[in-house]
Ligand binder design. Structure first.
Ligand SMILES: Cc1cc2nc3c(=O)[nH]c(=O)nc-3n(C[C@H](O)[C@H](O)[C@H](O)COP(=O)(O)OP(=O)(O)OC[C@H]3O[C@@H](n4cnc5c(N)ncnc54)[C@H](O)[C@@H]3O)c2cc1C
Length: 529
């Protein structure tokens, strides 16, 4: 029998004192909840704080888990959030990906184009110029513009006041110019029409799970630059990150209550007063509440429409949540030499050509998927090359909608299993064809997550991976605001990803302490003390 492996997340235990009153209650111990808790401790004098988490360990979507002696992970890379880790004194042994950021294969019929996208914006620019010399000037202009635009984002304020807003056109003209521009619109602006070059550039909108003709140009640029400038992963398993944050939070006086599902946010006269935990008697009173869970769950179920203005409910109803996924985690035997397979990049991505992301997203919006032999997009990640553990491969396949997955899981488990296996075979076939010959012969353990898995695990009604979709129509001021219509209830949703979740903590705590720590800045730029 395989030996059980100890993961850091399992070492973090509830330290809930049973108290019934807190200054701050945070719902969810994912990275948004933990960063909010740690930022709050650092910038207030030890006020009573409780994080409530329905799962038995911290981390939410950023985690690791064991199956039959193999350790699988959800997340695969750290964007550059080193300054925040230092600020919070989170000590992690991180591997920096020095060489290439991504190995990218684009399949057109029998032809396969391969690109090795280097880490670092300047390296990326030089690489694109060498691959596409006819477009050199356009590439340089686009990249310089992108870097400059991202710098201007740094000048913006979260929860901008009227005075802040009046300054924006002067401080951040490129941000203003791009507020309603899609990423394809940005490529058009620089005359980038070469389909192969576009396909490579549009890789970065897939980070946000949206096609480039709908993605916010600012968001896609930010995702590209924050991820590729410097990127990392832990030498250990990914659960180390939230485990360390949770331990620090507890050491600094915070309490975490695991296995505790919030079933109601209690609202009286338009003001959040506390929470009710499922199966527990009475309420926990809270001066302030931060919710980090899916906004549909938080506002429509935990708060309830009766406490919300009709316009807010309508906005929620019209909000498009990000996609869900099928994830195939494979434990492989030791006959396969992973080091020879050229897979040691944060991402290895294979897809069919230009237009694929749009078709797949349309399939998702229609409530299902549009994958076929001629239309696919898949990431292959190989964490064991860093951790040194038994060989693992993860195939990450988006977008899928929740569709019938939940129904099958709950009422027709045989069908659920059959569908899971069908899709796993499909994606293993693609991985075998383009990355790992004879992969199927080496599989020892197979663990398949479906949209129903993501929905159950995170509590998101749609199994959404990245919260609100990063569409141009719901980015920046058009996104649901952090200040909710319920007094004392905050919902920080700057954006998804490890970078975004850290900013959620920065922004919400800065708001709560009247901008005394980050001066209202939308990105991390703490005031010197
Ligand atoms: C498969 C996958 C791979 C990813 N890879 C990367 C990557 O490589 N790099 C990157 O930067 N980002 C990545 N992301 C995105 C990133 O992981 C997420 O954006 C981030 O972890 C979200 O953190 P969060 O705290 O906002 O939300 P979550 O992680 O969703 O945390 C919310 C928490 O709330 C809890 N909760 C829900 N309902 C309740 C309730 N009623 N009561 C109490 N608790 C509740 C949940 O159990 C959960 O722990 C990935 C996401 C996925 C799904």
């Amino acid at each position: 029998m395989a030996q059980s492996i100890h993961l850091k997340k399992d070492g973090v235990k509830s330290n809930y004192s049973g108290a019934k009153e807190y200054d701050l209650v945070i719902i969810g111990s994912g990275l948004s909840g933990l960063s909010s808790g740690l930022m709050w401790q650092k910038n207030t004098d030890g006020k009573r704080t409780l994080i409530v988490e329905k799962n038995s360990y911290p981390g939410g979507f950023s985690t690791a888990y064991e199956r039959e002696g193999y350790v699988f992970e959800t997340t695969q890379l750290f964007p550059d959030i080193i300054d925040i880790l230092e600020y919070l004194e989170i000590d992690l042994n991180l591997k920096q990906f020095e060489g290439n950021f991504m190995r990218r294969l684009v399949v057109e019929g029998d032809q396969v184009d391969e690109y090795k996208i280097p880490a670092g914006a300047e390296n990326f620019k030089a690489y694109l110029v060498s691959e596409f010399p006819d477009d050199a000037d356009k590439i340089r202009s686009l990249m310089d513009y992108s870097v400059d635009m991202f710098k201007q984002v740094r000048r913006l304020k979260a929860n901008a006041t009227l005075k802040d807003k009046l300054k924006i056109p002067f401080q951040a003209p490129k941000v203003v110019a791009n507020l309603n521009r899609t990423y394809s619109g940005l490529l058009d602006k620089f005359g980038i029409t070469n389909p192969k070059l576009r396909e490579v550039m549009e890789t970065f909108t897939s980070f946000s799970g949206v096609p480039s003709d709908r993605a916010s140009s600012i968001m896609a640029t930010g995702a590209m630059l924050s991820s590729m400038t410097r990127c990392f992963r832990p030498y250990g398993y990914f659960d180390e990150f939230p485990a360390k944050m949770a331990e620090l939070f507890q050491e600094r006086g915070g309490e975490i209550c695991f296995n505790a599902e919030v079933e109601k946010i209690l609202v009286e006269n338009g003001e959040a007063r506390g929470i009710k935990i499922k199966g527990e008697e009475g309420a926990i009173v809270a001066g302030t509440i931060i919710t980090t869970v899916d906004p549909n769950l938080a506002m429509r179920t935990l708060v309830g429409d009766e406490h919300l203005p009709a316009a807010y409910v309508e906005k929620l109803e019209n909000t498009i949540m990000s996609v869900s996924s099928i994830n195939v985690a494979l434990g492989l035997d030791d006959k396969i030499d992973m080091k020879t397979l050229d897979l040691d990049y944060p991402y290895n991505v294979v897809s069919t050509g230009l237009g694929t992301a749009e078709k797949l997203f349309e399939g998702y919006l229609a409530g299902d998927h549009a994958f076929s032999e001629d239309c696919f997009h898949m990431a292959v990640i190989c964490p064991s090359l860093t951790t040194g553990a038994k060989n693992t491969i993860t195939l990450r396949c988006t977008p899928f909608a929740l569709s019938q997955w939940k129904e099958w899981r709950e009422s027709d488990y045989k069908k659920y299993q059959a569908e899971k296996e069908k899709w796993a075979d499909f994606f293993i076939g693609i991985a075998e064809k383009y990355f790992i010959p004879n992969l199927s012969k080496h599989i020892v353990v197979k663990d398949i997550s479906t949209p129903a898995t993501y929905a159950r695990y995170s509590g998101s009604p749609s199994g959404s991976l990245y919260d609100m979709a990063s569409l141009v129509t719901q980015f920046g001021p058009k996104r649901l605001p952090m200040i909710t219509p319920v007094k004392n209830l905050y919902q920080p949703k700057f954006s998804h990803g490890l970078y975004g979740t850290m900013m959620n903590g920065v922004q919400v705590v800065d708001l709560l302490v009247d901008r005394k720590f980050n001066d209202g800045n939308s990105l991390f730029a703490p005031l010197k003390r």
